[in-house]
Write a protein that binds this ligand. Structure first.
Ligand code: COD
Ligand code: ATP
Length: 197
């Protein structure tokens, strides 16, 4: 049987990583695209591409500086598109190779905030979306990352709104109570193990 690819998405601070961890605890292989993207950003052959695109001002001690890059790209959609153009194809190839290493599993999860925005939802067999009220999301991220409201809003401005994502999703997890969300994860896990998509 083909390993199903299940996208797990939701706007910044919705709780995707928290929900992804619940699936991982059930033995599901989880690919965390944010983490892999950042590893790729630091690869020796990628650093010169980043410098050529944005200048040496985004480097600190010769290596990409995430805060400097974030300050530049989330204010400027053209620059974000340039960064996405450097990183996303490499993440896509890396993900493909990773899936091949899990061919014995009924399904794997790809966690990314920008599953729809990047178009990678088209390669998924089903999509789970995590939601939470926008104010809750802003407060969670401000607290988690010690950043300003404006910095969170800049990232939100570069993401689709929840309604647009919900319209294209197969399952929606309302992440307010962690206990309720965990129960939803178990239900979806059981379902994905038995259905043919
Ligand atoms: C700009 C970078 C260096 C900032 O790093 P930082 O550690 O501050 O943020 P991190 O990568 O952990 O992302 C945190 C959240 O920001 C938002 N975000 C990140 N990248 C993007 C993007 N390209 N478009 C919209 N939102 C984004 C997401 O909600 C994400 O979950 C980094 O986000 C990056 O390299 N982004 C481009 C690659 C990418 O798209 N990564 C996301 C999934 S592939
Ligand atoms: N139901 C919840 N109740 C309270 N806090 C929560 C809940 N879910 C997640 N959190 C907390 O909110 C913060 C954001 O959650 P998480 O990191 O899982 O979000 P995310 O969607 O992966 O964010 P990002 O898009 O930035 O990667 C974390 O500090 C997490 O511990």
């Amino acid at each position: 049987m083909k390993t199903k690819i299940i996208g797990l998405t939701g706007g910044i601070g919705s709780g995707k990583s928290t929900i992804a961890q619940f699936f991982a605890n059930l033995g599901v292989p989880v690919y965390i695209a944010d983490e892999e993207a950042k590893k790729i950003l630091f690869l020796p052959h990628v650093v010169p591409e980043v410098e050529a695109a944005f200048g040496s001002g985004v480097l600190t001690a010769g290596m990409p500086d995430k805060a400097k890059i974030a300050a530049l790209v989330f204010k400027d959609p053209a620059k974000l598109q340039t960064l996405n153009g450097i990183i996303h194809p490499k993440v896509a190839q890396h993900f493909k190779d990773w899936v091949a290493t899990h061919h014995n599993k009924p399904f794997v999860i790809k966690e990314t905030a920008i599953l729809f925005e990047s178009g990678s939802y088209k390669d998924c067999d089903a999509v789970i979306m995590v939601t939470a009220p926008i104010e809750t999301r802003i407060e969670r991220v401000m607290k988690r990352d010690n950043v300003s409201r404006e910095q969170v809003l800049e990232r939100i401005a570069n993401q689709w709104d929840d309604q647009k994502k919900a319209d294209l999703s197969n399952y929606i997890i309302d992440n307010y109570s962690l206990d309720v969300a965990k129960q939803e994860v178990v239900k979806i896990f059981n379902f994905l193990n038995i259905i043919e998509i």
